[in-house]
Unconditional design. Sequence first.
Length: 117
Amino acid sequence: MQKPPNPPHQELPHSGLGIASFAVSLAGSLGMFGLVVAATVADATQPGSLDTDTLLAGMIGLLMLMTALAQVVALGLGIASLTRVGCSKVFGVLGTVFASTSLLCTLLIFVGAALET
């Protein structure tokens, strides 16, 4: 008796939430990286430019908080996309991993800055 042939592999469509999670987490991660580079360059070229009472330090801190908020949104989108049935989970997993890694790095940056002062 022969086994029946396997049904053809049907590729699942990508989840829109997963794609959004991946895009937002990638944009937030790149934004955070850019802010860290900008802060490093500003402090190296003009010592004292990132003192706590300067406008530049306030703007960089505010933008870092905004990228952290974007990562929280991306994490939520990624988790929501992982719960969807009948959709590919690739972008949801990528978005969740990138967002959680970026949030952890952001937390470490803020804790390091708090301990320094």
